[in-house]
Ligand binder design. Structure first.
Ligand code: CA
Length: 527
């Protein structure tokens, strides 16, 4: 009989479902999740008991940032552990190089069973990045909220009846149930919520009627302190179209005139449409009444739009939280909780009405920050609050280190394990670099009429360089956490401005950041 090593024997006795000893990794990920809509974060406006459980039993990161606040670049930065210029995904139009190094392939090579289910959203399908993948397809990789199509490397494309968040969880649970229990796993469950156009699940469509959700106190920012082109970007709440606010004809109106049926309702089954009409027809009747009475002009209309927007956002988050709960319950029931690192994050934060916006992309705090919660029993003390500066490029090295693997020198991020101790290590980074490339100028417009920018943030200050305009902003986040007073030209801040400019140059050199490519002149786009 083959001799069983003592450590494996001990593991077999203490954890009969698991023989390897290395931790499992369950990485839960959403799209556009604002920190103010997670109960565990300061200033939260809602309840998220299951997400909060991860924070309560593990750690909440208060200063977690992305390197480039938009969908595709964020996903690529996480997979590669590198800033955008080094992984090639500088914007949402960049083509994914499937051959490049990714952490998930390394875990697979080291004996992990690896899977990704849900939103992939890179231009180019996965190949061998994950051993198993089932990704949302259609709508440029966004997928539909109702009856979405999935694409899998093994079974091709198929439409699944149901609601996106529930289906991704069902598929994740199915994968967990049918995995090889002798191997540790990496499972990425990538949800579409709460990305625009926000349609809640049937069980959460009805919430939040008759109550007012708190407004951010920068809802009516006058932009007086910012660079002038900042206010000209196309991301205002007031510009949101009726359709994306779930304002559509009623059931009886559509029965009389089916040609008016919007596409998102056409994608639903009859039963799903009935649930939608039950929830939204009365809200939309009220909308038409207010509009006809002239009660949605000016600030009143802005406030109404905010309430419609934020309530759908929160209904989507309620569905996400419920499904996070289903996955955590599975870990409990399967005896996997103790040996699984659970991570929750989102590709970026989101401006949920701050400065009048409903978007991301900016280096301003609401979109630059990403939620980050981690639970790892025995490794992370319950209710830890981590204030060190971390970025999404740190996740790849964290996962490699958890699996006992080395981190290649070319990786920009740093494993987060040293932060699980009580104090921030003395050699932890003091500042972070941000780059955003999907922008332009009036002559060469980029998406949302955004300016390209880069910047540096330390634990107190932030410097932003809008290099196509040779314009700058600087904020003192301790005195001005909502970034309403640009101090770049304030005589009292010139020492700090000079230091931050130097640090930006240092970080550009450190990460070998090339000069941004010249802008290409484009035809003027309509909003
Ligand atoms: Ca996103």
């Amino acid at each position: 009989m083959k001799k069983i090593p003592l450590f494996l024997l001990c593991l077999t006795i203490s954890s009969p479902l698991f023989a390897d000893g290395r931790p499992n990794i369950l990485f839960l990920f959403s799209d556009d999740h604002a920190l103010r809509t997670i109960g565990a974060y300061e200033g939260s406006i809602n309840q998220t008991p299951h997400l909060d459980r991860i924070a309560r039993e593990g750690a909440i990161f208060d200063r977690s940032f992305n390197v480039n606040s938009i969908c595709c670049p964020s996903r690529a930065a996480i997979l590669t552990g590198k800033h955008s210029h080094a992984n090639g995904i500088t914007g949402n139009g960049s083509a994914w190089n499937s051959k490049q190094w990714v952490y998930s392939r390394e875990l697979g090579k080291a004996g992990y069973q690896t899977g990704l289910i849900g939103k992939w959203h890179l231009k180019g399908n996965p190949t061998d990045e994950f051993q198993h993948w089932e990704i949302l397809s259609g709508k440029s990789g966004q997928g539909s909220y109702y009856n979405p199509k999935f694409l899998s490397g093994s079974t091709g494309e198929s439409k699944v009846e149901g609601y996106s968040t529930n289906i991704i969880t069902d598929k994740a649970l199915d994968w967990l149930e049918n995995r090889d229990p002798q191997k540790p796993f990496l499972l990425c469950a990538n949800f579409k919520v709460p990305h625009i156009h926000r349609i809640p699940s049937p069980t959460h469509m009805g919430g939040y009627d008759g109550i007012e959700i708190a407004e951010p106190n920068t809802l009516f920012d006058d932009f007086s302190s910012r660079q002038p082109f900042v206010k000209d970007t196309w991301m205002g709440l007031k510009g949101m179209k009726e359709g994306v606010l779930n304002i559509a004809p009623s059931k009886s109106d559509l029965e009389k005139n089916p040609d008016l049926t919007p596409k998102f309702l056409k994608e639903m089954t009859v039963a799903q449409r009935d649930v939608w009409h039950t929830a939204y027809d009365s809200r939309n009747r009220e909308y038409r009444r207010l509009k006809k009475a002239g009660l949605l002009e000016g600030q009143a209309g802005f406030r109404y739009t905010y309430q419609r927007f934020i309530k759908d956002y929160l209904r989507c988050i309620d569905g996400l939280d419920e499904n996070v709960g289903r996955l955590l319950a599975y870990l409990d029931e399967a005896g996997l909780t103790e040996n699984t690192l659970v991570v929750y994050s989102s590709d970026q934060g989101f401006l949920t009405g701050e400065h009048g916006w409903a978007e991301k992309r900016w280096m301003y705090e609401e979109s630059f920050r990403s939620p980050l919660l981690m639970r790892w029993p025995g490794k992370i003390k319950p209710a830890s609050r981590i204030s060190a500066l971390v970025q999404n490029i740190d996740l790849a090295p964290t996962f490699l280190t958890a699996a006992g693997l080395g981190v290649p020198d070319e990786i920009h991020g740093r494993a987060l394990q040293p932060l699980f101790a009580d104090a921030i290590p003395a050699d932890w980074r003091k500042d972070i670099l941000y780059t955003y490339y999907d922008g332009g100028t009036p002559e060469a417009r980029g998406s949302y009429n955004m300016p390209r920018h880069m910047g540096v943030r330390d634990s107190r200050y932030k410097l932003i360089h809008f290099y196509d305009y040779d314009a700058w902003e600087m904020y003192d986040l301790k005195e001005d956490p909502r970034e309403l007073s640009n101090r770049f030209s304030d005589p009292a801040y010139q020492d700090e401005v000079a230091q931050l400019k130097q640090r930006l140059e240092d970080l550009k050199k450190h990460y070998d950041l090339p000069e941004p490519p010249a802008l290409k002149k484009k035809k003027k786009r309509k909003h």
